[in-house]
Design a protein around this ligand. Structure first.
Ligand code: FO1
Length: 332
């Protein structure tokens, strides 16, 4: 069986770890898994190319992730970051870990030598052996920016706050998504093409999964890459999503801030509606949201309420098993 998953950072990576655990324990049938990773979060920092969502998937599945943070390396130190701050070098707000720097050095040198991001990602994965084929959504640079009121308080001559675009990482890390976002724009998306293997992974899949990643800035960004949404709509394979919202709250990260920015309610139903029945065949919601099952089904998306808290590997594997059950149901 071939499974293709679109994934962002922490939530998506942890779900995929559960999926692989389910395969290892027989709870889930064996499958070749391809992950299409979001690269909209990527950023140049101190001359290094950082790919947060690709690295989070690679480290989480490869056993190098910091469980405490959900990103970056375990047993990490931040000596270089402190030294940079001592020089007054910006951005001081970006947490560049000493071990993590090795990944960015290898990536940056390879990119500067002319290798494509997809080649570099494959080379990095040769070390980490994540157990999946990890593809960037695109080899072209496409970086999510957030439209915010200028944090300096600058206003136009009518007294309205000036709006500026800041890099997603600055909004996410420096401001903790606390300054209201008026929207997102992925700079470079117009020239971004699916990376080699991306469309093939969608077209050859027996099952397509949307893990509980951020539906706007992670999976939503991947869907903006030309041809990706159309390929998913065209495929005969079931497309099953897992709600990242439980009981009106995001499980990881600050998806609520992203949903509010684009005028989508922070509910399991609203996220399913936003994806739409042209994309989704099935949608898993948490048992605490079982009241939305009929509303989601009225959208033409089959819906099941199951425990969605990824409290441990077995619980997450059980979620993956229910996603596969739902896929079989939608095939019927
Ligand atoms: N997230 C933070 O909240 N603070 C950080 O300083 C930070 C640094 C960082 C460095 C490398 C990396 O791969 C991820 C990092 N993240 C940090 C997480 C990252 O901002 C988010 O995980 C994704 O961009 C959103 O999924």
């Amino acid at each position: 069986m071939r499974i293709t998953a679109l994934a962002g950072g922490v939530g998506g990576a942890r779900f995929l770890r559960g999926l692989l655990h389910g395969m290892a324990t027989g709870l889930v049938p064996e499958a070749d898994v391809t992950v299409i990773g979001n690269t909209g979060d990527d950023i140049w920092v101190h001359g290094l190319r950082v790919c947060p969502d690709l690295d989070t998937v690679m480290y989480t599945l490869g056993g190098g992730i910091s469980e405490e943070r959900g990103w970056g390396r375990e047993a990490e130190t931040f000596t270089a970051k402190d030294e940079l701050a001592a020089y007054g070098v910006e951005p001081a707000w970006f947490g560049l870990g000493d071990r993590d720097i090795a990944t960015h050095l290898v990536r940056t040198q390879s990119l500067n030598s002319g290798y494509a991001l997809s080649d570099v990602t494959a080379a990095l994965c040769a070390r980490w052996q994540p157990g999946v084929t990890l593809l960037p959504m695109s080899d072209q640079r496409a970086e999510t920016h957030v439209i915010v009121d200028d944090p300096s308080g600058a206003c136009d001559d009518l007294g309205n706050p000036m709006q500026i675009a800041i890099h997603f990482q600055e909004w996410w890390i420096r401001w903790r998504a606390s300054i209201p976002a008026h929207g997102f724009t992925v700079i470079g998306m117009e020239d971004a093409r699916p990376a080699p293997g991306v469309l093939e992974a969608i077209e050859s899949a027996d099952l397509i999964l949307f893990p509980p990643s951020n539906p706007i800035v992670s999976i939503g960004t991947i869907l903006q890459v030309s041809g990706v949404r159309e390929a998913i709509i065209r495929t005969a394979a079931p497309v099953i999503g897992v709600s990242p919202i439980i009981g009106g709250r995001p499980v990881h990260g600050m998806a609520d801030a992203c949903l509010q920015a684009v005028g989508i309610d922070t509910t399991a139903e609203a996220v399913a509606r936003n994806y739409g029945s042209d994309l989704l065949d099935g949608w898993l919601v948490d048992t605490s949201d079982s009241d939305v099952v009929s509303k989601v089904e009225s959208l033409g998306i089959q819906c099941v309420a199951v425990p969605l808290l990824m409290s441990d590997l077995d619980a997450t594997a059980a979620m993956a098993a229910r996603a596969i059950d739902l896929a079989n149901l939608t095939r019927a």
